[in-house]
Design a protein around this ligand. Structure first.
Ligand code: PMV
Length: 339
């Protein structure tokens, strides 16, 4: 009845960093506003899934993360796979053993859920092809990744991706990301991201709670307007190669995200004093040296320093001499994956 009864598939995906931030959900894991991100190059998730036709009544699911069985994530995986059964009716008939590894530390300011779920979705799509003989489209795979973690839908294709309905890109969709590499000015294919790890501990308030707090947030409507406006400006900047506007939007988005956290009910802070000290130094360095450097921040205290390959020597020097003391010499130097 199935073309293949057992086998193993291997995939590799990368996390992405958003410049326009997705913050707040509607319906089932749809964003309240559109977002834009790029995928990273050095940071990777490698996932393999062994599948085998199940002989007993209930299919077995196992999740091994960084060489250890992770029962907490196994529960999430079970729910996630259940949510995919409507598209993939073969799922309940197969035992699945997922083995996943990241080459970057957990809680490092790089969202492992995006690369984690995009890898699982890609691997499941590969198994689908093997057992049913049918291919899934990139849009279908991105949609499947979204159901695991919203931002994961932007890690199916490399480079720059947009998720969410918007007035600029007609193809913008609430269910899957679209790739915009063909609009991108060459300068933005050389963007670098050095993540300064100010603090490595698990965050006090998870992103799921943060998304929920947007539902009745007093600034929700204003935030939605701002994201749509920034979307328009950012797409123009990315197309024209306008670095100045790009950095302005990236910083505004990052600080808005953290402003929304501060002004939620209950409010909370993920930034720490060294995060703010780093931001100040980056801005001073940009002003006094006329270097194209800026920052973005994910849902955590760590600062992503944004710059371009053309300036990498001078920026890496600056990071080492001025910023390393503010992040215990801990940094991940990465850049866009664009192909
Ligand atoms: O995909 P989630 O639920 O982990 O949310 C991601 C939210 C941000 O990382 C803060 C922003 C984004 O667009 O990636």
């Amino acid at each position: 009845m199935y073309i293949s009864d057992s086998g193993i598939v291997n995939v590799t995906t990368s996390p992405n960093i958003a410049i326009i931030k997705y913050w707040g959900k509607i319906n089932i894991q749809e964003p309240i506003n559109p977002s834009i991100s790029f995928t990273l190059s050095e940071c990777k998730t490698e996932t393999s899934i062994a599948y085998q036709l199940c002989k007993s009544e209930k299919a077995d699911r196992q999740f091994i993360f960084q060489n250890e069985r992770n029962t907490h994530f196994e529960q999430k995986l079970i729910k996630y796979l259940d949510s995919l059964t409507v598209f993939l009716p073969w799922l309940p008939d197969f035992n699945l053993k997922v083995t996943s590894k990241n080459n970057f530390p957990h809680s490092s300011g790089i969202a492992s859920s995006a690369s984690g779920f995009s890898a699982i979705a890609k691997a499941i799509a590969d198994i689908h092809e093997k057992v049913s003989g049918k291919d899934l489209s990139v849009e279908d795979i991105s949609n499947m990744a979204r159901l695991g973690s919203g931002s994961a839908c932007r890690s199916i294709e490399n480079g720059w991706n947009v998720w969410g309905k918007n007035n600029i890109l007609q193809k913008g969709n609430q269910h899957y990301a679209i790739n915009i590499n063909s609009y991108i000015h060459p300068i933005f294919t050389s963007i670098c991201d050095s993540v300064l790890i100010v603090k490595q501990h698990e965050k006090k308030v998870s992103s799921s709670i943060g998304h929920q707090l947007m539902t009745n947030h007093p600034y929700k409507e204003g935030r939605i307007r701002q994201a749509h406006q920034n979307m328009e400006y950012l797409l123009k900047a990315l197309e024209k190669g306008d670095i100045k506007n790009f950095l302005e939007i990236a910083e505004e988005e990052a600080l808005s995200l953290h402003g929304l956290m501060l002004s939620s009910n209950p409010g909370y802070t993920l930034l720490v004093s060294n995060s703010l000290a780093i931001i100040k130094k980056i801005r001073e360095f940009r002003l006094s040296n006329q270097i194209d450097i800026g920052f973005t921040i994910d849902a955590g205290p760590n600062i992503h320093v944004l710059y371009f390959e053309k300036d990498s020597d001078i920026v890496l020097n600056f990071i080492q001499s001025e910023l390393f003391s503010l992040c215990n010499n801990l940094a991940i130097h990465d850049h866009i994956q664009f192909d």
